[in-house]
Design a binder for this molecule. Structure first.
Ligand code: GAP
Length: 539
């Protein structure tokens, strides 16, 4: 079962070093996060997979890495200066600011309905260029990477000699001054996008839009999000971005946040190339473009077959790396029973849970809303206590639960059982896993075992080029658990048999390889390890 609460992922991300709040030692910066040692590996692996699939494995793609800072005119003609706005309202009671379309007329902070009329708020960050601060010396931090591709269209076309249809892929940072950043990595102010601008002959755009929809769904499945977990939202005309003729949003059901966009696949027509082009009147444009007298280039393509210059239409699949990482972690997350709990111990926790819920039901300290929420969650747990015991932690973290004295007793009964009988496992596709292999010595003070384990690590890292770590900081069972929860697909143990001092001489030169998902163990000769693991870690 995937994660049932975003808190599980937030806690794991913090505990194991995937994600840290930015500048935490100074109180943080809202809507900005840092990727820790494991987070950067997972993020890089996601990006590498996206690049491999969309650039290397196709015959019709080029890559690009455009600068974040661009001439301000880019954002004038792209339409972002005028239209990249969110509707902002102020609460007159508590002075908080909100996105009008997120709050349904009630301030989420104080419950007041005394809100100002919505007014547009431009989400682009401004920065100063050069030493003189005047109206002509500022630039924007890009709110999408796409424009770097459009303004380089002619450069890429002439240097690569591509024919339509072809695309340009780019991965990079984007910045949006979100009014209410929230939900961990889901809505942040600084994030990375993986974007493709795919240029096609006008008239073939709808067909290509469908093809990209299929291609992108296949990629999501490839990285571990089953097709059944994604819904396609055909964005209604009234909600379309200013450049779009039609957009399919791919939606994933995140715990707590609900069904939300992970990728947009837009038909941007000839809007962007047309808006950035000179001589617009002669280009037969279909989109309502921004009149441009500043551009020095015609952004057209010469079609040999018709002998005409055309402005290509654009299909744009655009996904956020952070939202992708969050979805992959939610989807792969599981808290699993590894060995049966004795009946009497489970019954004792069941009784403690019932007593806690009764006390919640009677409590006058809790609001009706908090009480109902705890009781509903508690009832769910009671139905399947053996499978879901670790969720007691989330139950006790719900608003108001800390007011109930019997919560301490419940935690005291549940925690030792959780520690002994469950594991947290992150079932990432092996090729996305931050660490592919962890090598352990059975005894950390045995010179030969340690030296052999370290040699195995070096061999796999250098020769097999798979991220391999050595760890001797605990007993093997504990080390397995630590690797399970960060998604390491294989653990290797070097023991006395490996060095020829065990009971079975036939096992000399072999190690135990343990599979994260099945927990099955196999003896593999060290000489064959690289070959054994190579395909498996790239699955
Ligand atoms: N170039 C098109 C474009 O930027 P978008 O729908 O605004 O379209 C594309 O953004 C993707 O970028 C979204 O599907 C989402 O994955 C990601 N994204 C957008 N805003 C984000 C934010 N504030 N925080 C995290 N990811 C965001």
């Amino acid at each position: 079962m995937p994660a049932t609460s975003l808190d599980q992922i937030v806690a794991l991300a913090k505990r194991r070093g995937f994600i840290f709040p930015s500048s935490e030692i100074y109180g943080g910066l809202q809507g900005v996060y840092d990727y820790g040692p494991l987070g950067v590996e997972l993020k890089n692996n996601i990006i590498a997979d996206w690049w491999r699939t969309n650039v290397y494995e196709r015959d019709d793609m080029e890559g690009l890495d455009a600068a974040i800072l661009m001439n301000r005119l880019v954002w004038k003609y792209s339409g972002h200066e005028e239209t990249f706005n969110d509707p902002l309202v102020d609460c007159r009671n508590c002075k908080m600011r909100w996105r009008a379309d997120h709050i349904q007329g009630v301030c989420p902070n104080c419950g007041s309905r005394d809100l100002t009329e919505p007014r547009p708020f431009n989400m682009m960050f401004r920065t100063q260029i050069g030493p003189v601060a005047d109206s002509g010396s500022f630039a924007y931090l890009r709110p999408e990477t796409a424009q770097g591709i459009f303004v380089n269209f002619a450069n890429v076309l002439t240097t690569s000699a591509r024919k339509l249809p072809f695309g340009i892929a780019q991965v990079g940072k984007a910045f949006r001054n979100e009014i209410n950043p929230r939900n961990f990595l889901f809505r942040v102010r600084e994030f990375e996008q993986m974007e493709i601008e795919y240029f096609v002959m006008p008239g073939t755009d709808e067909e290509w839009h469908q093809r990209w929809l299929e291609a992108r769904l296949a990629w999501w499945e490839q990285i571990g999000i089953p097709r059944s977990r994604i819904t396609i939202y055909d964005v209604p005309t009234a909600e379309l971005a200013h450049y779009s003729k039609r957009t399919f949003d791919l939606m994933y059901e995140y715990p707590n946040i609900g069904v939300q966009e992970i990728e947009g696949i837009a038909n941007r027509t000839d809007y962007d190339l047309g808006s950035h082009s000179k001589d617009q009147a002669q280009l037969n444009l279909t989109a309502r473009v921004n009149h441009n007298e500043d551009s020095i280039a015609r952004l057209t393509y010469f079609d040999q077959a018709s002998g005409r210059h055309v402005v290509p239409y654009v299909i744009e699949p655009s996904a956020g790396v952070g939202r992708c990482m969050l979805a992959v972690m939610c989807e792969g997350y599981a808290e699993e029973l590894t060995k049966a709990i004795p009946g009497e111990k489970l019954a004792a926790v069941g009784e403690a849970l019932n007593a806690f819920l009764k006390s919640v039901g009677r409590s006058e300290k809790l609001s009706g809303e908090a009480r109902d929420a705890i009781l509903a969650r508690g009832e769910e747990l009671t139905q399947a206590l053996a499978e879901r015991l670790p969720e007691v932690e989330q139950l006790l973290a719900m608003p108001g639960a800390d007011q109930i004295e019997l919560g301490k007793k419940l935690r005291g009964q549940a925690q030792p059982l959780i520690d002994e009988h469950y594991r947290t496992v992150l079932r990432l596709k092996p090729r996305l896993a931050p660490i592919k292999v962890a090598v352990f010595p059975l005894k950390r003070n045995h010179e030969e075992i340690v030296a052999t384990a370290k040699a195995v690590r070096r061999q796999l890292q250098a020769g097999g080029r798979m991220r391999t770590i050595y760890d001797d900081t605990g007993a093997i069972g504990k080390l397995y658990r630590r690797q399970d929860e960060i998604g390491t697909p294989f653990c290797i143990t070097v023991d006395f048999d490996t060095i020829g001092q065990g009971k079975d001489p036939a096992l000399a030169g072999t190690v135990t390889v343990r599979d994260r998902d099945t927990m099955a163990q196999e003896r593999v000769p060290i000489a064959e390890l690289e070959a054994y693991l190579r395909d498996r870690v790239n699955a």
